[in-house]
Design a protein around this ligand. Sequence first.
Ligand SMILES: [Zn+2]
Length: 123
Amino acid sequence: MSAASQVAAPSGTKEIAPNVCHICGFTGCGIGIGFTSPRDNDPRWLCTDCTMLIEDIKKVKRMTAYEMRAREGGVEAAAPVIAAYGSRLEEYTDEQAAELAGVIWAGCAKRLREIIRSGDAPF
Ligand SMILES: [Zn+2]
């Protein structure tokens, strides 16, 4: 989700979303890890939970590998919702589908932070 902090503006230029966590995509809190050199133009905002890992986040070199491994957390988080509502997504109400998406997103973000915090490379 590292690209989540940049969105395409209608004009085709990139604008920086001011309130999206660079790591997990949840709402940012106004603290970023960007601007480490004069050429940086992305503040790389963080959410409150991710600010607790700033020093660990700075050590991550290949975020994609962490994101790929973090998907396991989303799968695990989805299991109880699927157990409750069934495996046929087309039969879900809009609220149930949104709940499933929410728990998957939160599960991925939680696992991503756990992996980053552990200091172990996910590959
Ligand atoms: Zn975050």
